[in-house]
Design a protein. Structure first.
Length: 91
């Protein structure tokens, strides 16, 4: 992966407990934006963030965003993954 350096105004950093928390929030926002614009899939966004598919769903929910933002074939793939996840939780 490439490294990107950002300048963030000090007053915006005050909302975070640490630089690591600020970095993580911006990292999440980048991949969520890429997902919402259709550039990457739900699974790829979760992978890039180092989290499970269901954890990524939860993150979107916490941010008030929908995971439904995809063409029909990707919706079918997401539905199948969701069904698999539910079956695993029932077992």
């Amino acid at each position: 992966m490439a490294t990107i350096t950002m300048e963030i105004p000090e007053d915006l950093l005050g909302q975070f407990d640490s630089m690591e928390q600020a970095r993580r929030a911006r990292f999440e926002d980048l991949f969520i934006a890429e997902r919402q614009s259709g550039n990457i899939s739900l699974g790829r966004a979760a992978e890039l963030l180092g989290m499970s598919y269901s954890d990524f769903f939860s993150l979107l929910g916490k941010k008030g965003l929908s995971f439904i933002n995809a063409p029909k074939d990707e919706l079918q793939e997401s539905y199948q993954r969701f069904e698999t996840l539910l079956e695993q939780q029932r077992a």
